[in-house]
Design a protein around this ligand. Structure first.
Ligand SMILES: Cc1ncc(COP(=O)(O)O)c(C=O)c1O
Length: 391
């Protein structure tokens, strides 16, 4: 299978309405910013995926289209090949996006006023979805050690659970802190969930971005009992840089939970999805191993390069080497500046567009998130800009 792994190629995205580029003025107040924020990649999607989409376009009608069983089989085989995760076809269902799957889970398993736990700093839509659907957010912040590694705070979690607490939404691997939770950590979490009748909703969209020496553990793989209280939402969208196709897979081993989820999916008429997304998912999962392996090597080199560069040249920025994800969670607290001063300097002096850490919860004060899924030359440009402003 062809692998177009020319990850060094700089591709102009200015003409594509890519949010990362087109929303710079709206988000940063100016256009002349090197965008290293939105979590998609500046690499081409694999040529074999693009070819499959082109082939579909040879048919002149883009009508309502079935999602074949081979769509789910592609994920089933991918999960087995890459993670040894055995899923039954019956467990699998659909969502346009992973965030929509979280929202549908909230609607399926909770009532307005119920409590839902999240673990910030965490991906901003976790807050927005829970609050937007009228459920009550309960915050179980992650703990951070002196080296910058984050852990789940189980003691705090135990104190936060009561009768109204229904769901625990986790990010595995975790955006933005770059941990891939270990089996032990997930077991302890699941134990708390089992003892307190909580369901675990696990957002595993970054599962394919785990670096060597680390491993992705799907929470539902731990035991049959844990699988029965778990919903996992995942997608090839980050992995193969196709998030604009809005196509995800949801794994729900428990029949009753899956039935409830599918009712909401149907009610919102979201089950149809997108014909291009169906084709891209199936093609990518069936043929994407080699491409992904090359990508992971490239990304890991970017991670090492960026981490070393920052440690050697910008002592005011602290960085922990992520185990997973293409995101660096940068700690600017040693600059001695306020959050707003740091942000102002990033935008107006460094001219680099990073995600504002406070969007990930108040735990993100003085943190900014940097996306390193770009050609090395772009990473170098971004790092040099940071060095000039903060070094
Ligand atoms: C943790 C996490 N979940 C979900 C998403 C987005 O998923 P989707 O576009 O499928 O809703 C992202 C994108 O950045 C993410 O980082």
């Amino acid at each position: 299978m062809q692998s177009n792994n020319d990850f060094d190629r700089v591709i102009n995205r200015n003409d594509s309405l890519a949010i990362k580029y087109a929303a710079r003025k709206a988000v940063f107040g100016r256009e002349d910013i090197l965008p290293m924020w939105v979590a998609d990649m500046d690499f081409s999607s694999p040529e074999f995926v693009l070819d499959a989409l082109r082939k579909r376009l040879e048919h002149p009608i883009l009508g309502y289209t079935l999602r074949p069983e081979s769509f789910y089989k592609a994920y089933q085989q991918w999960a087995k090949r890459r993670y040894g995760f055995e899923v039954e076809l019956d467990w699998l269902t659909f969502s346009p996006g992973v965030v929509s799957a979280l929202a549908l889970s909230v609607l399926s398993y909770t009532e307005p006023g119920d409590k839902i736990i999240i673990q910030p700093p965490v991906y901003p839509p976790f807050f927005e979805t829970v609050k937007g659907l009228g459920r009550e957010l309960v915050i179980n912040p992650l703990r951070r050690d002196v080296d910058g590694r984050y852990y789940i705070n189980f003691d705090d979690l135990r104190t936060k659970v009561n009768q109204r607490t229904k769901l625990l939404i986790i990010s595995n691997p975790h955006n933005p802190v770059g941990r891939t939770w270990t089996p032990d950590e997930l077991e302890e979490l699941a134990q708390i969930a089992l003892e307190n009748n909580l369901l675990i909703i696990s957002d595993d969209i970054h599962a394919d971005f785990v670096y060597k020496d680390y491993k992705y553990t799907p929470v539902a793989s731990l035991s049959e009992q844990i699988a029965q209280i778990t919903v996992i939402a995942t997608s090839p969208s980050k992995t193969f840089n196709i998030p604009g196709l809005s196509t995800s897979v949801v794994i729900i081993p428990n029949d009753e939970l899956r039935k409830k989820y599918n009712e909401k999916l149907k009610a919102a008429h979201l089950w149809l999805g997108n014909i291009f997304g169906n084709i891209a998912l199936e093609t990518a999962y069936n043929n994407g191993d080699q491409w992904l392996d090359s990508l992971l090597l490239y990304l890991e080199q970017n991670v090492d390069y960026a981490v070393q560069f920052i440690r050697n040249n910008i002592p005011a920025i602290k960085v922990w080497r992520p185990e997973a994800t293409f995101l660096l969670w940068l700690d600017f607290s040693a600059t001695g500046m306020t959050h707003e001063q740091i942000k102002h300097k990033l935008i107006n002096e460094a001219r680099v567009g990073l995600n504002d850490g406070t969007d990930f919860g108040e735990q993100g004060e003085k943190f900014f998130r940097m996306n390193i899924a770009a050609p090395r030359a772009v990473i170098t440009d971004g790092l040099e800009r940071l060095k000039a402003a903060f070094g």
